[in-house]
Design a protein around this ligand. Structure first.
Ligand code: SIN
Ligand code: FE2
Length: 217
């Protein structure tokens, strides 16, 4: 007889994939933290609900966003910037949970960036059909710290471009539990996310949540 629970029926992807001189995809790296991340996310979302920000040009972003940590990334008609308070509530952003900090620090160290101390965590929520167009993360004060990006829920196709918007991006799938770290000479590479395909994730349903940790201030 075969056992009824086959540990290998749904292998958790693991391993490290180098996508650039200073860019590592750490498959499944966040798996040990998932339950805590999701519990903390519910608390953050209750205090600082997801909202659709507007670009400086006035376009409503299709991805819904919130933040935790001392600084939060915001966008409105005055531009892109970091703010210590949530413009919707006037309150400080919810604190960075210790588990978030620990995951970000360990992922960064694994990718060659020891001592990463994030002071901002932008949380993006993608529903099917939503996308994030190619952009650089350049609103941070210095670019010596990497970006640490954690994927949860439905899979997405990440576009990883070059230093110029016109450089043809490579495509890589980001799966539930994956952590992508880019820094050093790759820190200002253009990147984006293609329109999310419809689906149902066992823990998150029809959505993808992305946490991006930054050293902003
Ligand atoms: C971002 O570039 O801010 C988010 C990337 C992602 O959702 O994977
Ligand atoms: Fe980004």
């Amino acid at each position: 007889m075969f056992p009824t629970t086959d540990l290998f029926a749904e292998p958790i992807q693991s391993g490290r994939l180098q996508l650039g001189p200073a860019t590592w995809l750490l498959r499944g790296f966040a798996q040990p933290w998932i339950d805590t991340l999701l519990a903390e996310l519910r608390l953050i979302e209750a205090a600082a609900p997801f909202r659709h920000m507007h670009t400086p040009g006035g376009l409503r972003m299709s991805v819904a966003q919130t933040n935790c940590g001392p600084l939060g990334w915001i966008s409105d008609r005055h531009g892109y910037r970091y703010s210590p308070t949530d413009p919707d509530t006037g309150q400080p952003w919810p604190p960075l949970p210790p588990a978030f900090r620990q995951l970000a620090e360990q992922a960064a160290a694994t990718a060659g960036f020891p001592g990463f101390l994030p002071d901002a965590c932008l949380i993006n929520r993608y529903l099917p059909g939503t996308r994030l167009s190619l952009h650089q993360d350049k609103d941070e004060r210095d670019f010596t710290a990497p970006i640490v990006s954690v994927s949860l829920g439905l899979p997405a196709v990440f576009q990883f471009g070059g230093m110029r918007r016109a450089d043809k991006p490579e495509r890589v799938s980001l799966l539930h539990g994956d952590v992508l770290v880019w820094g050093g000479e790759d820190r200002l590479r253009y990147h984006g996310v293609l329109a999310l395909k419809d689906g149902q994730h066992p823990l998150l349903g029809a959505q993808r949540i992305n946490l991006t940790f930054r050293r902003a201030g």
